[in-house]
Design a protein around this ligand. Structure first.
Ligand code: ADP
Length: 626
């Protein structure tokens, strides 16, 4: 292949521009990114070589070398990993395959633009080289291909890159940065060493740099032929807990997650028994931008006896814990374990169960902590990840009870942080059910007419405003023997909470109201499933509820918004016979208009939409102009 010029994909051009301009204040991270790519390339080689040892050629020791030429102003990151073929170089260093590029760019342009962690998160680390270089040259040969099939990729990081075939004796990749004139500070062993130890100490491969010694005659440091390892080069999780500082745990987390904030909590254990493995698991403090993508790669990397196997091993964590980051290193799994095998393996099942319990344990420790500060941390966690945790209730039956205890809600007592256990403690004498109401927002929930009687009697109601809450309710039927009951569903029955006098009075009023009720039923027969009197209302004349077995109006709305079919269950109209408007209804000549308006307003108060708004407007106009 002679020299060929290719244009970058449009997105790459934009990324390049943004990366080089907005990350300048944090430019040293380019080395972290390139070393990390080199280390990944070595991991890939080790993995492929499990099936084909010949890939090691004559160099079985995987390593990364960092060196520079002060005169030529070049800095090279060399690895003897998997390397790239011409097609791979063109595809990987010229296009961006990943989704989320647009969000990435929006973030870089927005307030977070200084956040250098973003580029690692979005998988565009390679391009960070152009922050300090005005040309990057990559010389690479894929392991297993002959020396003549080496490739030179070269670009100034603007519109295009060049590819040509070269001969390259050693497999792997050299990334050569032609540093800009004002970036000479990176032509220093001391400087490079300090960056490596800051960001790359936890890379488990040796990162080698040339030793230097003082040359009296030349009056400067000169490089020797000897190379030394400048990082710790030991897998952090394999070291003894007592030897690892908090700062090291945090730095490792950064490297794994590219999160700019420290983790909320972590747990590190060696598990022995039926299945032997080490787990180092972190709970992040902030949700990632793609938390809602249930198909996204898991955050837990799988190693087998320190050998990296894969970094999206979904089988290791339940989906609802997809935000957990970390490493699991198994002593039992075969090195050539495949994804299919992972799904079926009993060892993996044991690891998954064990790891799930650890994560829940970590969260419980925060949630139930004596310290108010820790509990506040838990609330912050809940605000970020609560909606995802709720998925667990339908997914992880084994831990349903533990999960339910971790859940936090808003209620008529407090805007956040109410656990089911708190609720049960505050239940009134004679109260059996846990009352809940689901609505589109906290404001709408609080304003629900269905809450009126509960307010009056001081009975707490949980206010559920999360999209997944209705779904959660279909799996969480009870807590510690108390059923969860929606106050907007079914007939009103406070059971023992209502005294005999109240009940008797309500029955008498209902009896007297019967004739009007019949007229209402007749008038609204095409719109309401039923019309009945209720004592759940205090200030409002009417409200709508759905039958016990019917889908709530709120859930039906959510489904429709999501483009799904939802059954059109007719609501039941409940009227408050104590309300002045309702009391006069029977004698009013405008009965028909009033009945429809009563019904429409109850629908509106419930957050619903009118099928025929024009009809409503006409009726109200008629009333107003009478
Ligand atoms: P990411 O590493 O997150 O995928 P990068 O932009 O850093 O994103 O790299 C893009 C791709 O280029 C990598 O996924 C990999 O396939 C390839 N690549 C980069 N550096 C190397 C290297 N040193 N050896 C082999 N492949 C590499």
């Amino acid at each position: 292949m002679t020299k060929q010029t290719h244009a970058f994909q449009a997105e790459v051009k934009q990324i390049l521009h943004l990366v080089t301009h907005s990350l300048y204040s944090n430019k040293e991270i380019f080395l972290r990114e390139l070393v990390s790519n080199a280390s990944d390339a070595c991991d890939k080689l080790r993995f492929e070589a499990l099936d084909n040892a010949a890939l090691y050629e004559d160099a079985p020791n995987l390593e990364v070398r960092v060196f520079f030429d002060a005169e030529a102003k070049t800095l090279t990151i060399r690895d003897n990993g998997i390397g790239m073929s011409a097609e791979e170089a063109s595809a990987h260093l010229g296009t961006i395959a990943k989704s989320g590029t647009r969000e990435f760019m929006a973030k870089l342009e927005g307030e977070q633009k200084k956040d250098a962690n973003l580029i690692g998160q979005f998988g565009v680390g390679f391009y960070s080289g152009f922050i300090v270089a005005d040309r990057m040259t990559v010389e690479t040969r894929r392991a297993g291909l002959p020396a003549e099939q080496g490739v030179r990729w070269s670009s100034e990081g603007t519109g295009e890159f060049e590819l040509e075939t070269i001969s390259k004796a050693s497999r792997g990749t050299d990334v050569i940065l032609h540093l800009r004139d004002d970036e000479a500070e990176f032509l220093s062993t001391w400087k490079l060493k300090s960056i490596v130890s800051k960001y790359s100490d936890h890379i488990s491969l040796p990162i080698l740099m040339q030793k230097e010694e003082w040359d009296q005659e030349a009056g400067k440091q000169v490089k020797k032929d000897e190379w030394e390892t400048v990082n710790k080069a030991a897998a952090l999780w394999a070291r003894a807990k007592s030897d690892i500082t908090d700062a090291e745990y945090q730095a490792f987390y950064q490297q794994l997650s590219y999160d700019s904030q420290p983790p909320l909590a972590y747990t590190h254990n060696r598990v022995e028994g039926r299945s032997e493995y080490t787990q180092l698991l972190y709970v992040p403090a902030k949700a990632p931008f793609d938390l809602w993508n249930r198909d996204k790669r898991g955050g837990v990397k799988l190693y087998v006896k320190r050998v990296f196997i894969m970094d999206d091993a979904e089988a290791l964590m339940p989906t609802y814990l997809r935000f957990v980051k970390g490493v699991i290193d198994s002593a039992d799994l075969p090195l050539n374990v495949s994804r299919e095998l992972l799904q079926e393996s009993r060892d993996v099942k044991a690891i998954r169960e064990g790891s799930t319990k650890r994560v829940l344990g970590m969260l419980e420790a925060l949630a139930d902590s004596e310290s108010a500060e820790e509990r506040a941390k838990y609330q912050a966690f809940w605000n970020e990840f609560g909606s995802v945790m709720k998925e667990g209730i339908g997914e992880d039956f084994q831990n349903q009870e533990r999960l339910a205890k971790l859940f936090r809600f808003a209620s008529t007592h407090a805007d956040e942080g109410v656990s089911l256990a708190d609720y049960v403690k505050r239940m009134k004498e004679g109260q059996e059910a846990i009352y809940v109401i689901a609505a589109d927002s906290l404001g709408a929930a609080k304003a629900s007419p269905q809450l009126e009687i509960f307010r009056k009697k001081g009975i707490e109601v949980l206010l559920l405003t999360d999209r997944v809450d209705e779904w959660m309710l279909s799996h969480l039927h009870e807590f510690e023997g108390h059923t969860l009951q929606s106050v907007a569903k079914g007939a009103f029955d406070l059971g023992k909470l209502q005294d005999e006098d109240e009940k008797k009075k309500a029955e008498e009023t209902a009896e007297a109201f019967k004739p009007v009720l019949e007229r209402l039923k007749e008038t609204l027969k095409d719109r309401a499933k039923d019309v009945r009197t209720t004592s759940r209302l205090v200030d409002s004349p009417a409200c709508v509820v759905v039958d016990e077995g019917d889908m709530s109006a709120h859930l039906a709305r959510l489904l429709k918004q999501a483009g799904q079919e939802a059954p059109n269950a007719q609501p039941i109209l409940e009227v408050n016979p104590e309300h002045a408007l309702v009391k006069k209804l029977g004698e009013d000549p405008r009965f028909d208009d009033l009945a429809h308006i009563l019904f429409d307003q109850a629908l509106l108060a419930d957050g619903g939409r009118l099928d025929n708004p024009a009809d409503y407007v006409q009726r109200v106009t008629r009333l107003l102009s009478a």
